[in-house]
Ligand binder design. Structure first.
Ligand code: LLP
Length: 422
């Protein structure tokens, strides 16, 4: 689905003209489509059903990609679990009405406090990333008179073919337990008083546009599962992580359904079709379900370049500055016959790295609204207050209505808790 389409000469989110949102809420504002999120979730759920209708898969929304309460609530209502990476994210799941017993807890640096919080809410599984973490978790759980269900995160050493900052399954990444050490780690886990072995986990990176790296990783995971079970260590579920890419520009990732089916078919061929499979998608559920609405402040013709200065900046959407990421930029009300010029679209922040798009051909005028596309994942969550810029408002569109799901910050919010010396 494309939830953002031109109707009557104006870009809409579902049935709502973006100019109506800008008029009521101002800019910059993140705009999400409930229908687009729902459709992406259903694609995972539908492809994950067995012939008899039972679920072979469970979606754990990787909420690091978008943790706004209304977004979490949409997924919770659809039946999603959540992949969390901090105690703070668990508190958000609870506040959004999510079920903590459907939570998997990932991350390389879980503190004792976070472990206790997660155990007290009976989370489904801890994805453990190191042997010291396993010992800490066992001690914390045993002291509470509990046992923690765990998967060990295997680092399969496969190349996901993505940006180095978002590739996680290579030997030199900080993530997971090295393939050669995993058997030993499971044997140790099986003897620990506070640990119950539940599954095995693997996540190889993000914005992956091919199935092959997943199949390679899956083969390595299955090799381990077979070894473990031959030693009497039972593995109940396989967590295959997230990472499926989306189209920002001209990428052609597999469709969600195709991707899930390819993995399930491969599992069946290898004799593991009966296993419960978890996915931890973030970007593929929300990335193209959101945009960042911004207004042109000035057009600044330069000696070597033209600049289109907008009111959104790197503090609102960090991906271009951080990864040189491409985001489509569309005028909300295209001037049909106007001549286009080539611009760098930049924000007001005092850094040359503050750009949102480079060399874009646009027919724009001061005051025009622009939509920075594909901003639903790793957009608002990575925003900051750099240059004392309040964070943007967030809006969720649902059919022909829209709801402000997060008020724009005020400068006073930014100074809360600060004090000067006596
Ligand atoms: N599971 C684990 C253990 C992860 O580390 C991640 C993402 C995911 C699931 C979800 O991956 P996704 O389906 O969203 O690709 N800030 C970067 C992306 C960082 C991804 C970190 N881990 C960006 O803006 O591209």
């Amino acid at each position: 689905m494309n939830a953002f389409q031109l109707k009557n000469g104006e870009l809409h989110a579902e049935g709502v003209p973006l100019s109506a949102i800008a008029q009521q809420c101002g800019t910059p504002t993140y705009v999400y489509s409930r229908a687009a999120m729902t459709e992406a979730y259903q694609a995972y759920a539908d492809a994950g059903r067995r012939a008899d209708g039972s679920a072979a898969t469970q979606v754990q929304f990787a909420m690091k990609s978008n943790s706004s309460l209304a977004v979490l609530n949409v997924f919770a209502r659809l039946g999603a679990g959540f992949d969390i990476v901090s105690g703070g994210e668990l508190e958000r799941v609870l506040a959004a009405g999510g079920d903590p017993r459907k939570v998997v807890f990932s991350g390389v640096g879980k503190s004792e406090t976070e472990m206790r919080l997660a155990l007290s809410h009976d989370v489904a599984c801890f994805n453990v990333e190191s042997i010291p973490e396993l010992h800490r978790l066992s001690a914390v759980a045993a002291a509470m008179g509990k046992r923690a269900r765990v998967s060990l995160r295997v680092n399969p050493d496969v190349d996901a073919g993505t940006h180095p900052y978002i590739s996680t399954g290579l030997k030199n990444n900080k993530f997971g337990i090295a393939f050669e050490q995993v058997l030993g780690a499971y044997r140790a886990a099986a003897t620990l008083p506070g640990i119950d072995i539940a599954g095995i986990d693997c996540h190889i990176g993000s914005q992956i546009t091919q199935v092959t790296p997943y199949l390679d990783a899956l083969d390595k995971v299955l090799e381990l599962v077979e070894r473990l079970e031959s030693e009497g260590i039972k593995i109940h579920h396989l967590d295959l992580g997230g990472g499926l890419g989306i189209t920002y520009d001209d990428e052609t990732p597999p469709q969600i359904g195709e991707f899930v089916s390819a993995l399930l078919v491969h599992l069946t061929h290898r004799g593991h079709g009966h296993r419960q499979v978890l996915f931890e998608p973030g970007r593929s559920l929300v990335g193209n379900a959101g945009l960042l609405l911004t207004k042109v402040e000035f057009l600044k013709p330069g000696a070597a370049k033209n600049f289109c200065i907008v009111d959104a900046a790197m503090n609102d959407l960090a991906r271009p500055a951080m990864y040189e990421a491409y985001h489509g930029i569309r005028p909300v009300k295209p001037h049909i016959d106007a001549k286009a010029d080539v611009y760098d679209v930049v924000g007001p922040v005092c850094e040359s790295g503050d750009w949102l798009g480079r060399d874009r051909s646009l027919a724009v005028a001061d005051g025009d609204l622009l939509a920075i596309m594909s901003a639903g994942a790793y957009g608002f969550v990575m925003s900051s207050n750099y240059n004392t810029r309040p964070r943007a408002a967030e809006v969720m569109v649902d059919g022909d209505r829209f709801h402000v799901i997060h008020d724009r910050e005020m400068v006073a919010d930014l100074m809360r808790g600060e004090r000067v010396l006596p």
